[in-house]
Design a protein around this ligand. Structure first.
Ligand code: ZN
Length: 948
């Protein structure tokens, strides 16, 4: 409810009278001042005293007799009692009112709880722990100077430092006896101050203390049937207690509980008079007193209640709508966060939540990490909130709604030991409640908003659960232990945004293109550049996609859309066909957004085409050339020959251009393209070094130049390798040859068979060179060198002279830039000796047998060049009649003596037997017959005469 209460009016009146603004008193934080509706504004006389008293109870006139308590029903609990509009000065309190003696009043004062009494556990008690009354949930409040209502997520109260001096007063209310008052356990009362001091001293990192400096006993005109706010106001007035910085008033009254408008069960009340002053009213001490007094000092320090969200539709979170929730099925269940000191916290005093912590300016200031407005999903670690780590909690501002959320790990540590158990151990999520007019109330957002109040024992989020803000941002609980929780903030995917500003057509030297311009951004990552995608449908009807990076500066867009970074795009998309183009653009993000389509007409878009078919190395007259071959055709003038520019990048990096014209016949091209004219080119470009060459050709068209795919080739500087394996002398009776065998090749050019040059120097010193091709199969060589091809040579070379021959072989490089033709080897061989056969006719005789006579000749003969080969002997016989005949015989008889003498082997002796019949004188001559090709003739071995 936002009705301006009388208290508010009165407060305004006081301000208008010039009281110190920062000391606006008696703004009852949550305790509803039981202001009489008819009370007039404070009189000037009151103002003159400059005593900032409880405005709701300022007496404006002479004391008026209290309203008879007889209006209170006998039960005293069921209906609202009439509020006394004014109170007597304290001095007159001894005069008992008639009501004080009614049985009803005696009944409500009859019970003195002991310190173990927990009214929450007492079925007879109607306890509403604390000062808060269950209904209405939004009691009347007044604006507080402590903070602005719309200020969320930032400290409203600067860090305070000081010691609250407490005046502790026991009050004998009208109608109560001395014995009633004596029943107030002062030890418990004092302990509660100590307890509150311990809690807030810890929460303020030692800056705040609360200490009792004075203890009074006071007899008041107020009655227990007065609403608790009225009692507080009456006593304040009677004591003439005034607001002063770092002072507070704590009163205990002799009754088990307090009431508001006749509803009982209230266990305490707190009033803030500024950020550094306030008052507390308490009933008889009980088991709850330490906690309640600590709670009430939370009010004194400016905090409102820790509430929880209830939604009849089970929503986890709702947006604000002015000063209420946007969803009428939801309300703030005041005071029902049972894990917070400022909620329904029972005996223990759990930690106030991070929102309250920050609001009140507590701690060192480093406990809550401010994640700001996340621009990307992220993970973070929380440490126990009731522990001592810096950065143990976090807050972030939802990028979609701007609301600030607080994330804490509630683990059984420190002040949370008793409460952070079961479903209350986990990640607690809170935000500012709409309830607090000063922005000083929190609301806990729980996994089940259908439960609220003290019936909800599951206020925290567990591992695996995900909380979703009303704007769609998700908080995923990744893990929870007593020491740490891991949480991921997952931003909702918002559609990409952008604008497709323009489509135009243009051209450069290479191509025609369509240009798209605009901007694109992903609001999920508002400072990061994203992409735009273009889909181009050309005259051929084919749709093609292109990625265009939106990385250009567009300050206008950033300013208008509250973006950082660069989001503009200008994309050129080459086209090579004239006609109509449609280009559709998309902004790319978590969700892509179509930015629209545009159309444009493109003319004269066709580019020359062609190919660099091959580049080969050719050598002519000592020069090495690159022969470049290809074709090109310009659709803009398809029957004309087109210039071609060829750029050769030499191994030293120097690039040289050559201009040719594609004016050679290429029937294949004409046929394939259905054009006429001359479109081929084939030209030589001289080069002078080995190495890697890159050759690129450009078709020079009427409108564009087209780069044809380049070619590279490696031109080696080869050094042949090889071997002259063998030079063997081979002779027959008529021929003598040298068999020359070996291999040679270029490693860099192993496929090719290369020449071998063989130089033969004969015994006379004459040298003859002959070129051959090493193209014979040599599997052994290929195997060892792991190459293919044929690299062997084996030549038979005539060796007509006896003597020493020298044979040398050279591998002949074929690569254009070979370094040299290496010597593969030289071999010297002796072919033989040139002489006539040697031998002897040792003896001749006639051997007569029964069958006839035989002339037998013995001796030896050898052609030494052919030894150990046997030779031939011719035997000539001159008969008695003078005729002469020759006969041919082989040698074949071992003559060790001859072998030994000549140092040879073989069988070189002979025995020839020639039949004869005539008697008379004979002459026998033998000749050794030369068998070597080098033989100088036949030799007469000897002649011997004899008679038969
Ligand atoms: Zn309270």
């Amino acid at each position: 409810m936002t009705l301006p209460s009388p208290a508010r009016l009165l407060c305004a009146a006081l301000l208008s009278f010039g009281l110190v603004g920062s000391a606006v008193p008696a703004v009852a934080n949550d305790a509803v001042p039981a202001a009489p509706p008819s009370t007039a504004p404070a009189s000037p006389a009151t103002v003159a005293t400059q005593q900032p008293l409880e405005p709701a109870t300022l007496p404006t006139t002479a004391p008026v007799a209290p309203v008879p308590a007889g209006t209170v029903p006998a039960t005293g609990k069921s209906t609202g009692a009439a509020e006394p509009s004014t109170v007597q000065p304290s001095e007159v309190a001894l005069v008992p009112s008639p009501a004080a003696k009614t049985p009803a009043q005696n009944e409500v004062t009859s019970f003195v709880p002991d310190l173990n009494w927990n009214p929450l556990d007492d079925p007879e008690s109607n306890a509403r722990y604390g000062e808060h009354f269950a209904q209405p949930i939004t009691p009347l409040k007044t604006a507080s100077p402590l903070g602005l209502d719309d200020e969320g997520g930032s400290a409203a109260i600067a860090p305070r430092s000081g010691t609250f001096k407490v005046t502790l007063v026991t009050v004998q209310l009208s109608g109560k006896t001395v014995a009633d008052t004596d029943a107030i356990n002062m030890t418990a009362a004092r302990n509660s101050i100590t307890s509150a001091n311990g809690y807030w001293n810890s929460a303020s990192a030692g800056r705040l203390s609360i200490t009792k400096v004075n203890e009074l006993r006071h007899k008041s005109a107020a009655k227990i049937t007065d609403s608790y706010g009225t009692i507080m106001a009456t006593v304040t007035k009677e004591l003439n207690w005034q607001y002063r910085s770092y002072e507070s008033l704590v009163i205990f009254v002799p009754h088990a509980d307090l009431n508001y408008n006749g509803s009982w069960g209230i266990l305490g009340g707190g009033f803030t008079d500024s950020a550094t002053s306030g008052r507390v009213i308490m009933p008889y001490p009980s088991a709850l007193t330490n906690n309640v007094v600590t709670h009430e000092f939370g009010h004194v320090l400016g905090l409102h209640h820790a509430n929880s969200l209830y939604c009849g539709n089970a929503r986890q979170d709702v947006p604000r709508a002015g000063s209420s929730w946007a969803d009428s099925s939801c309300y703030s269940a005041e005071y029902s966060d049972t894990t917070d000191l400022m909620g329904y916290a029972q005996v223990s005093s759990p930690a106030i939540n991070a929102f309250m912590w920050e609001y009140g300016g507590f701690g060192r200031g480093d406990e809550i990490r401010n994640l700001g407005t996340p621009t990307a999903s992220q993970s973070l670690t929380l440490r126990p909130w009731a522990g001592g780590s810096s950065g143990r909690a976090a807050k972030f501002t939802d990028p979609a709604s701007g609301e600030t959320y607080y994330l804490e790990l509630r683990a059984p540590v420190g002040y949370d030991t008793a409460t952070a158990v079961g479903g209350n151990r986990g990640v607690k999520i809170t935000k500012k409640d709409v309830l607090g007019w000063s922005g000083n109330a929190s609301i806990v957002l729980t996994p089940n908003s259908l439960r609220s109040g003290w019936g909800n024992t599951t206020l925290t989020w567990q591992q695996g659960q995900t909380f979703t803000t009303h704007a769609g941002t998700r908080i995923r609980i990744d893990s929870v232990t007593n020491d740490a929780a891991s949480v991921s903030i997952l931003l909702a995917n918002r559609p990409a945004i952008g604008s497709y500003d323009a489509l135009s057509a243009s051209r450069n030297v290479d191509t025609a293109f369509v240009r798209v311009q605009g901007w694109a951004a992903d609001p999920n990552q508002p400072s990061a550049s994203t992409e735009a995608h273009a889909y181009v449908t050309g005259p051929d009807g084919v749709k093609r996609g292109y990625v265009i990076n939106a990385t250009r500066s567009r300050p206008d867009v950033n300013a208008a859309m509250s973006l950082g970074g660069n989001h503009g795009f200008v994309g050129d998309i080459a086209v090579n066909r004239s006609g109509r183009y449609e280009v559709c653009m998309f902004a790319i993000g978590g969700v892509n957004t179509e930015l629209g389509c545009k159309q444009i007409q493109v003319s004269n878009a066709e580019q020359p085409i062609g190919a660099l078919d091959d580049v080969t190395v050719v050598q002519s007259s000592g020069r090495v050339n690159l022969n470049v071959r290809g074709w090109t055709m310009d659709p803009a003038r398809s029957s004309s020959s087109t210039p071609v520019h060829v750029y050769v990048t030499a191994p030293n990096g120097v690039r040289t251009g050559y201009a040719f014209t594609a004016n050679k016949n290429r029937a294949d091209v004409n046929s394939a393209l259905a054009v006429t004219g001359l479109h081929g080119f084939q030209d030589d470009i001289s080069i002078d070094a080995p190495g890697r060459y890159t050759v690129c050709a450009y078709a020079i068209g009427l409108n564009f130049n087209t780069a044809l795919p380049c070619r590279t080739l490696q031109i080696g500087a080869a050094l042949p390798i090889g071997s002259l394996d063998e030079v063997r002398v081979e002779k027959t009776a008529t021929t003598a040859t040298l068999r020359v065998r070996g291999w040679t090749m270029e490693r860099e050019n192993a496929q090719a068979s290369i020449p071998v040059h063989i130089y033969v120097t004969d015994p006379s010193g004459r040298k003859v060179g002959t070129a051959y091709l090493a193209d014979k199969t040599r599997n052994d060589v290929n195997s060892v060198l792991d190459v293919s091809g044929s690299h062997g040579f084996e030549q038979v070379i005539s060796a007509p002279r006896a003597g020493t021959y020298t044979v040398c072989a050279y591998g002949i490089a074929v690569s254009p830039f070979s370094r040299e033709n290496p010597l593969l080897g030289c071999t010297t061989v002796r072919t033989g000796v040139a002489e006539a056969p040697k031998g002897s006719l040792d003896a001749v005789r006639v051997d007569s047998t029964s069958s006839g006579a035989v002339i037998e000749a013995r001796g030896w003969a050898v052609d030494r060049d052919m030894a150990p080969q046997s030779t031939t002997v011719h035997t000539y016989i001159t008969y008695p009649n003078g005729s002469r005949k020759g006969f041919v015989y082989p040698t074949g008889v071992l003559r060790s003596d001859v072998n030994s003498y000549l140092g040879i082997s073989g069988q070189h002796g002979y025995v020839t037997r020639t039949p004869v019949t005539q008697r008379g004188s004979y002459q026998v001559c033998t000749y050794g017959i030369g068998t070597s090709p080098y033989s100088t003739g036949n030799s007469l071995l000897g002649c011997i005469s004899l008679r038969y």
